[in-house]
Ligand binder design. Structure first.
Ligand code: NDP
Length: 443
């Protein structure tokens, strides 16, 4: 039996109850086949794949907190410190009722290779809680964040593990967590990224994942004889990544016609009014169903998904497994030329395979959404230097990093005779550095 199959078979038995984690590992390992086969004896003997698929440590903890009526609630907190071969653990925290160990492990595993691709010295980790922030007051959010950090603070630090935001965790939550960490530890370390601009945050961090996605997409389009300008774009999600992806797409001359949230989606044939979406989601923390109050000609749907709309480029920016095989077929039938993932693993494996088979350019999230974590690493550099760089300086560095990532994975795919297969290219380029570092550091 091949080394990859042996490892996958063992994981399937051991973690049968972790489907998202198994999906992420399978997608990475299968696309690494040529690299593993070329070094099979060495990797098998060193148990390299077993070591890369077993987290360094997994921390699970109780998070008790009190709501505004005096009722006590208990949630579960998670931090999976997956791999620090090339730098301190780095990865966001997700607050969403769907959070479980499988989801945090899949995100942490992906993060290892994503962080490696940025070219910056950061390892992979991820965390969060099954806490649902929706409908909670500021005071309740603060109570929860403080309780979460009361436990997590023991395990994180600027050279150890540096969390950031993800779904349900934005500037407000990072502020509360940083404040509590500082109180408990008595030092002002750069232990979080995505901090507010008045206390060590970096300009462009808010926009970074969405902007980075578009810098990557533009590089991929250009390498294949296309350009963003004049394209019709379907975006899913209406959170941090989706909003700034839509903004940069518009700045590059594209027309964004859809956005979504967990209840429904909007189609605005004249182009999305981003100021309205920002007011609804960022200020009022409301629902996209309100959008038609701002734009009466737009459509609001609760059935189906945004991918049924005719578009040139699709940017899934909401959550995992939100673009299925039937969506991929609809996109192909409507003449879509490129799909670039803003979210983590939004496209199912069969949908990815279908899109690639149809010759549709496909950018995997671990490469195309790496702009967020890359800018987080730039925030860490600024904190260490006690300096703040200008918006233009950070933005230029972000663009450079995203173009370099595209060049790296394009090159890796070509080296292994898989030109244009950016999934394989991203996994190979991310893996090579981590594998080398792991082997060099011994058992
Ligand atoms: P936000 O919480 O800001 O926004 C998430 C968006 O996705 C919201 O519109 C939300 O709808 C929607 N959504 C969440 N869960 C579901 C679901 N189960 N079904 C349908 N829609 C859903 O998160 P981010 O924008 O930060 O993150 C989005 C994706 O990008 C995630 O996969 C995340 O891991 C990934 N990512 C984020 C980075 C960052 O820097 N923030 C960096 C790299 C990747 P609603 O408003 O109704 O909740």
């Amino acid at each position: 039996m091949s080394y990859i199959n042996k490892v996958l078979d063992n994981l399937k038995v051991k973690f049968a109850d972790q489907p998202e984690f198994l999906q992420a590992v399978q997608e990475v390992l299968l696309s690494l086949t040529p690299v593993i086969e070329a070094n099979e004896e060495q990797y098998r003997k060193a148990a390299l794949l077993e070591r890369l698929t077993e987290p360094d440590r997994q921390i699970l903890f109780r998070v008790p907190w009190v709501d505004d009526k005096g009722q006590v609630h208990v949630n579960t907190g998670y931090r999976v410190q997956f791999n620090n071969a090339i730098g301190p653990y780095k990865g966001g925290l997700r607050f969403h009722p769907s959070v479980n160990l499988s989801i945090i492990k899949f995100l942490g595993f992906e993060q290892i290779f994503k962080n490696s691709l940025t070219g910056l010295p950061i390892g992979g980790g991820k965390g969060g809680s099954d806490f649902d922030p929706k409908g909670r007051s500021d005071n309740e959010i603060m109570n929860f964040c403080h309780s979460f950090i009361n436990e997590l603070h023991k395990y994180i630090g600027p050279d150890r593990d540096v969390p950031a935001g993800d779904i349900g965790v934005g500037g407000r939550e990072v502020g509360y967590m940083f404040g509590q960490y500082k109180k408990l530890n008595g030092n002002y370390g750069g232990v979080f990224t995505g901090k507010g601009l008045t206390f060590g945050g970096s300009l462009v961090r808010t926009e970074a994942t969405g902007y980075g996605l578009l810098y990557f997409t533009q590089a991929m389009l250009k390498a294949n004889g296309h350009d963003m300008s004049g394209k019709v774009v379907a975006v899913s999600g209406s959170g941090n990544v989706a909003i700034y992806a839509a903004q940069k797409a518009m700045q590059l001359g594209a027309k964004v016609v859809t956005m979504s949230d967990s209840i429904g989606w909007i189609y605005d044939a004249e182009g999305i009014d981003l100021a309205a979406v920002k007011e609804i989601k960022e200020v009022k923390r409301g629902r996209l169903s309100d959008y038609t109050n701002y734009r009466p000609n737009a459509e609001y749907h609760t059935e189906g998904r945004v991918w049924s709309v005719k578009c040139d480029i699709a940017l899934p920016c909401a959550t995992q497994n939100e673009l299925h095989l039937e969506d991929a077929k609809a996109l192909a039938a409507n003449g879509c030329i490129a799909v670039a993932e803003g979210a983590n693993m939004p496209t199912t494996m069969d949908a990815t395979a279908y899109l690639q088979k149809q010759g549709i350019l496909f950018a995997p999230g671990k490469a195309s959404n790496a702009g967020g974590v890359a800018t987080s690493a730039l925030e860490m550099s600024q904190n260490s230097e006690r300096l703040s760089w200008s918006f233009e300086e950070v933005d230029a560095k972000l663009k450079d990093i995203m173009e370099n990532i595209f060049a790296k994975l394009d090159d890796a795919a070509r080296r292994y005779g898989m030109e244009g297969n950016y999934v394989a290219g991203a996994n190979i380029a991310g893996f090579e550095k981590v594998a080398q570092a792991t082997l060099s550091q011994g058992i």
